[in-house]
Design a protein around this ligand. Structure first.
Ligand SMILES: Cc1cc2nc3c(=O)[nH]c(=O)nc-3n(C[C@H](O)[C@H](O)[C@H](O)COP(=O)(O)O)c2cc1C
Length: 336
């Protein structure tokens, strides 16, 4: 058993307390969704990954990805890249956009990113890892953190060495997703491997991968001995899972599932934030994904999704979603 409440820790002039982190997820944890998730007991948010080359190109979309709420703190802006020059520029840009921390991504498994030897492909080149980390740490005055997988593939797993390199080169917090790149999202996250990284360093280590509720959060912490927990896919359509994980790590009773009305309030607010942030055209596409997730496991959800996914008029989407969510019975459980 872990000792609840799990203590927070300092990162630069900030406290990560509770040590519960919302995972960065491209196309999902934009400002609107982070705003929703922040109500449920998280101690740190991270933006979606922003490629350093995209920063250089100065696209409007990139700026939008780095938009933070005025009261969103502590918050990391996550950057990726393997060319120190561009990564350093991106780090300066992140500081200028109000980041409390710069998080470097060395975990992304996507082919397009790995082909440029960025994301998780960097784990194969420990010299490169050290070079990029050192360049960013020397360039900015705020804490630099790192997110990794456990290695490229099973035979070349090097999570302990990467953790040590990170610490030696000035990384102040490490997040480990307990899968190798070759696993993509298959199989299980190996929480023992996260524990190997934790044992190798004295900086705070956040464990990530397959935490889906309070119980799995406690088990991951027990197995890995980590300082904190990051939750990703389980929050899709279910930000309430965060309050469950929060309660578990604080030693509090499990909170009740949201009522149908509470659920609709969140869905509606999320949709409104999406429209404000992205404009209705893009928000409409995003809503198909998110609202579909919110309905998962609920009554007649397949039928609802089939209908909702075909709508492209924003007002109609709002009406159909409202009718569906408000007609739900409060006793319905959330999807497992
Ligand atoms: C759709 C999607 C997008 C993701 N985008 C990012 C990203 O931008 N940066 C990052 O570090 N990890 C990203 N991840 C990985 C997650 O942060 C997390 O490490 C992974 O999903 C494992 O945690 P989970 O089992 O709690 O989901 C992404 C994952 C998913 C499913």
């Amino acid at each position: 058993m872990i000792q609840a409440p799990l203590p927070g820790f300092s990162l630069g002039s900030h406290r990560i307390d509770p040590p519960l982190v919302l995972a960065p997820m491209a196309g999902i944890t934009d400002l609107p969704f982070r705003r929703i998730c922040r109500r449920y007991g998280i101690g740190l948010t991270v933006t979606e990954m922003i490629a350093s080359r995209a920063v250089e190109q100065g696209r409007e979309r990139t700026e939008r990805m780095a938009e933070l709420d005025d009261d969103e703190s502590p918050v990391s802006i996550q950057i990726a890249g393997s060319d120190s020059k561009f990564v350093v520029e991106a780090a300066h840009w992140a500081v200028s956009r109000g980041a409390d921390f710069v998080d470097i991504n060395m975990g992304c498994p996507v082919k397009k990113i790995c082909k440029q030897v960025a994301g998780s492909a960097m784990l194969k080149d420990e010299v490169l890892v050290a070079r990029v980390i050192r360049a960013v740490v020397e360039a900015v005055d705020i804490p630099v953190t790192l997110k990794i997988r456990t290695g490229w593939d099973e035979p070349s797993k090097n999570v302990e060495r990467i953790a040590k390199i990170a610490e030696d080169n000035g990384i102040q917090m490490l997040t480990v997703h307990g899968r190798t790149r070759s696993q993509m999202f298959n199989g299980h996250a190996n929480w023992e491997d996260i524990g190997r990284a934790k044992a190798a360093v004295s900086i705070p280590v956040i464990g990530n991968g397959d935490v889906v509720d309070g119980e799995s959060a406690l088990e991951m912490l027990r197995v890995s001995g980590c300082d904190g927990v990051m939750v990703g896919r389980a929050v899709q359509g279910n930000p309430w899972v965060l309050q469950e994980v929060h309660a578990a790590i604080m030693g509090l009773p499990k909170p009740a599932a949201p009522t149908a009305e509470e659920r609709w309030t969140v869905v509606e607010e999320h949709m409104q934030h999406l429209a404000e942030h992205h404009g209705v055209r893009f928000a409409s596409k995003m809503a198909r994904k998110h609202v579909g997730w919110y309905s998962k496991g609920l009554r007649d959800s397949a039928e609802f999704r089939g209908h909702f996914q075909r709508l492209d008029d924003w007002e109609q989407q709002l009406d159909v979603a409202r009718d569906y969510f408000l007609a739900l019975d409060d006793a319905l459980p959330l999807a497992a």
